[in-house]
Each structure stands twice: as structure tokens, then as C-alpha cells.
Design a protein around this ligand. Structure first.
Ligand SMILES: Nc1ncnc2c1ncn2[C@@H]1O[C@H](COP(=O)(O)OP(=O)(O)OP(=O)(O)O)[C@@H](O)[C@H]1O
Ligand SMILES: [Mg+2]
Length: 469
């Protein structure tokens, strides 16, 4: 399947080149967010750069404003129409539907005449006025999508978003892609326009909200900095599998070396198998592990789980392949004692000195470390302020050394503000939770931009003892 440039360079970056050819993309946004501009820009640049003709259906009775707005952006629509590269059609939604549904009818003829490749419908919200029957509305939209697809058109279906915070309707399910434009209050001081791609069939999407501006040349989108950095930094870096088949597929091979992943979980969810499998795979890849274990995952538990993967925790400690930062005075499996750094009696200043001294020294002796870090323990033992104050610094240090870190944290316990901060700071976020009788797992952020759907976690009898379904 081909790719159709969007007319917005930054958006093409996010979409690996553009919209999938022949797809129907829903563009949703409140009044004034720039939907019409985006639609027109898509057609204008398609005509200008690729010589592809486009169709603009507007339900405005007098489309003069459309021409004037475009002119202000330097787009001469009338000239483009004269050259046979654009057609702006103003009609009522009912008449449009009537014509479009008619095979060989007026719309189809016009599309054929112009050899049209792109179409914008501004806006499908107005279809609602024709019918109050939701079922009928859905069928009609479905039909419209199929007709556009059959005619080989890549379509943008503009949809107004009310001021109510309603869920996006079924339209988003019918469309192949779904892009949301928003005007957001930022820190009570200023407003930013953000674009988010919530769905794009057949495309790996770069997740997150990206800022765009309305400029004298149309829409300009600036892909979020973290994403660009991640791509530059992580491209070509090695991957180490987690050992959980479907998860590795989602992560395109595993956890990227030199990045920080967060595992958001609560004590109800069983994350221990996941941790054990990740650690076993790191050992097998020849990495050393520095572990800060929570009160829920004792050193003995970890020893038992690694044994299920055929690894002896004592032997690894003896060979200096695993070290522990210990906040609770508790028993360790045999042969591990020399690898334990007991920090239980230290205050925050002393602990910081150990981190910056002894631990940094240890880490710098070897190049391949994997750090497993329980942030809940740090918050419980060192306080929230300590955790947030040093988290960014420590993870930046670890990334700078090319090392990988997996951080365990319970988002619902740390609250939305800290969670948002953590999510921004980390390259990847995996979430696992229990709802009713099932445990779920979802990749909500990854350096490749992959967001997965939620999977059910099944327990199995052999390593890695879990499977995603
Ligand atoms: N050069 C520019 N610089 C800054 N803002 C601009 C510029 N050109 C247009 N705008 C703003 O862009 C918005 C219009 O965008 P557009 O008509 O595409 O929005 P829309 O989402 O289609 O709105 P509606 O829902 O009302 O149809 C206006 O708020 C206008 O002030
Ligand atoms: Mg508009």
C-alpha cells in the first residue's frame, strides 16, 4: 500500500511518510482548531507537489470564506481549479449523500473526470441533521468510506468536536485513522494547539501529543522533542528480548538497550514472572544486573524464579553478575551476601552519597548493566520528593552510559502529576493491572512509538510462565 503525503511535513514524520493510500481519516477538533486548514493543505500540497487532483466538499452555503482564508495563506484555489487540480463543491449534506451513493452518479463522474485521488468532506458532523437514527447514520458513514475506498480516494472526514467532553463516537471505529486536534490550556498561562494520532491502520504511530501552529503558510507541526531524541538516540541500538513472545513482538525485538522503561503495576497484578523473565534474558545476554527489590519481591523469591529459568542467583552473585541495593534488612539466598549494599540505616543525604560514590563506581567498571529499580521502595523509604528530585538525573546518567533501566512504579499510588512526569521521562511504559478476574498488560509507550491494545495475561506452566493473549 502506498503513502500519501499529508501536506504537513511534521505530520508526515509522525506517520512515516503520510496517510496510507486509500484510507479514510477522521479529523476531529473543536471550532477554530484548524480542521479546514488541514483539509485544504492536504489537497493544496497534493496538487502542487504531486500533481494529484483533490475534491473539497463543503456544506457551507457560501464557500467564499474558504477561498479568502486560503488566499491569506498564499493558496490560490481558483487558479488550482482552473488547472483541473482542485474542485471545491458546496452543497447540502443530503444532496451530497444522494449523489455520492449513486453509482456512476454526479460525484463519481466528477472524480473520474479530474482523476481525483484525494477528497475532504467538511464536515461529516452535519450529516447528523439529516437523520436522527444512529443506526442509519452509522450505515451511511460506513457506506461512504467504502465508496471512497472503491474509488481509490484517500479521504479526510472532518468532524466537529463539541465542547462537551463526550467520547469520540463510532466514527472513529469506522475510519482507518483518527486524528484529534486540540486547543489546550497550558499551566494556566497560555494555550497550545496539540495534535494526537489516536489511530492509523497499517502504520506504526508515534504516540503522544504534538504541538502545531497556525502560520501564514498553514499548519506547521513540531514533533515532540522526546520522540525525535529517542529516534536519533535509539536507532540501531541493540534489543534484548523480555522472553515473553508477544511482548517482544510489540517491542520489535525487546527492550532497547540504553533506554529507560517503566512498569506500571499494583500489588494485585503479578509482575514477578515478567521481572524474572526480563532479568534472566539480560543475564543470558551477558549483562550485569543491579537490583533494588521491593518489599513484595524478596531476594528469595527472585532466586526461586531465576532458578525456574535455569539460573543460580548465588552463582551469579559470586561471579559479580548481580548486585543488590537493600533498603530492608532481610535474608538473602546463600552466596549472595557479598553482593548486597545495605542502605537501610542511611538517611537521604548518606544514601545519595552512596549512589554517587560506590554505586556509580561499581557501574562504571563494566559497560553492560541492567538496572532494575523499584521506585515504590524509594518513595516509601526516601520520600516522594527524593524520588522526583533525583529520578530524572539518575535515569539520564544511566542512559548516558548506554545502560538500560526498568523501573517499577504504581501510578495510581504516586498520583497523576508524578505519573505524568515519569511517563515523560521514560522511553517506554508497560502497564499491567487486574480488572475483575483477569490481569491485563498494555504497552502504552515505547521508543518505536508503538502503543498496543490491552492483552490478557495468562499463566503457563513453563518459563516464562506467562503469555499474552
Ligand atoms: N496565519 C495565521 N496565524 C495564526 N492563526 C491563524 C492564521 N491563519 C488562521 N489562523 C487561525 O486558525 C483558525 C481557523 O482555522 P480553521 O478554519 O481551519 O479551523 P476549523 O477547525 O475549521 O474551524 P471551524 O470548526 O470553525 O470550521 C482561526 O482561529 C484563525 O484565527
Ligand atoms: Mg472549518
Amino acid at each position: 500500500m502506498g503513502t500519501v503525503p499529508t501536506g504537513v511535513r511534521g505530520l508526515d514524520v509522525l506517520l512515516d511518510g503520510g496517510f496510507p493510500q486509500g484510507s479514510a481519516i477522521m479529523i476531529e477538533g473543536a471550532p477554530g482548531t484548524g480542521k479546514t486548514t488541514l483539509g485544504m493543505q492536504f489537497l493544496y500540497y497534493g496538487a502542487l507537489k504531486d500533481g494529484e487532483a483533490g475534491f473539497y466538499i463543503t456544506f457551507e452555503e457560501f464557500p467564499d470564506q474558504l477561498y479568502a482564508d486560503a488566499q491569506a495563506l498564499g493558496w490560490d484555489l481558483r487558479k488550482m481549479e482552473r488547472e483541473g487540480l482542485l474542485r471545491v463543491i458546496s452543497m447540502s449534506p443530503d444532496i451530497f449523500l444522494e449523489h455520492v451513493i449513486d453509482p456512476g452518479g454526479m460525484i463519481e463522474k466528477l472524480i473520474g473526470e479530474l482523476n481525483c485521488k484525494r477528497i475532504v468532506v467538511d464536515s461529516i458532523s452535519l450529516f447528523r441533521y439529516g437523520t436522527t437514527d444512529e443506526q442509519e447514520h452509522r450505515r451511511m458513514l460506513y457506506r461512504l468510506r467504502n465508496i471512497f475506498r472503491k474509488l481509490g480516494l484517500t479521504s479526510l472526514l472532518i468532524k466537529e468536536r463539541g465542547t462537551r467532553k463526550e467520547e469520540s463516537g463510532f466514527e472513529a471505529y469506522i475510519a482507518d485513522g483518527f486524528i484529534q486536534l486540540q486547543l489546550k490550556e497550558q499551566m494556566d498561562k497560555y494555550r497550545v494547539r496539540t495534535l494526537e494520532i489516536l489511530k492509523m491502520r497499517g502504520r506504526r504511530i508515534r504516540e503522544g501529543e504534538h504541538i502545531y501552529r497556525m502560520t501564514d503558510n498553514g499548519i506547521r507541526l513540531i514533533p515532540a522533542r522526546s520522540m525525535v531524541e529517542d529516534l536519533a538516540l535509539l536507532n540501531g541500538q541493540g534489543k534484548v528480548p523480555t522472553g515473553i513472545a508477544l511482548l517482544d513482538e510489540l517491542l520489535e525485538g525487546g527492550i532497547t538497550k540504553g533506554s529507560v522503561y517503566l512498569l506500571d503495576t499494583n500489588s494485585k497484578a503479578n509482575y514477578k514472572y515478567l521481572i524474572a523473565s526480563v532479568l534472566a534474558n539480560r543475564f543470558q545476554a551477558g549483562e550485569k544486573v543491579l537490583a533494588l527489590l521491593s518489599s513484595f519481591l524478596t531476594p528469595q523469591d527472585l532466586g526461586k524464579m531465576l532458578a525456574l529459568h535455569g539460573l543460580s542467583i548465588g552463582q551469579m552473585a559470586q561471579e559479580n553478575n548481580i548486585f543488590f541495593i537493600e533498603h530492608y534488612t532481610r535474608p538473602y539466598p546463600t552466596d549472595c551476601e557479598s553482593s548486597v549494599m545495605d542502605v537501610s540505616g542511611l538517611d537521604n543525604r548518606q544514601y545519595r552519597e552512596v549512589v554517587q560514590g560506590k554505586i556509580t563506581e561499581l557501574i562504571e567498571q563494566h559497560s553492560d548493566w541492567f538496572v532494575y529499580y523499584d521506585l515504590n521502595t524509594i518513595i516509601a523509604e526516601r520520600g516522594r520528593d527524593y524520588a522526583t528530585k533525583y529520578f530524572a538525573e539518575d535515569s539520564a546518567g544511566i542512559k548516558a552510559l548506554g545502560m538500560t533501566m526498568l523501573v517499577l512504579c504504581n501510578f495510581s499510588e504516586v498520583g497523576p502529576e508524578v505519573s505524568a512526569f515519569l511517563e515523560r521521562t521514560c522511553n517506554g511504559v508497560i502497564r499491567t493491572w487486574v480488572d475483575g478476574a483477569y490481569q491485563y498488560l498494555q504497552v502504552v509507550k515505547s521508543p518505536n512509538g508503538v502503543i498496543s491494545e490491552p492483552y490478557v495475561v495468562e499463566t503457563t506452566t513453563q518459563a516464562p510462565f506467562m503469555r499474552l493473549t
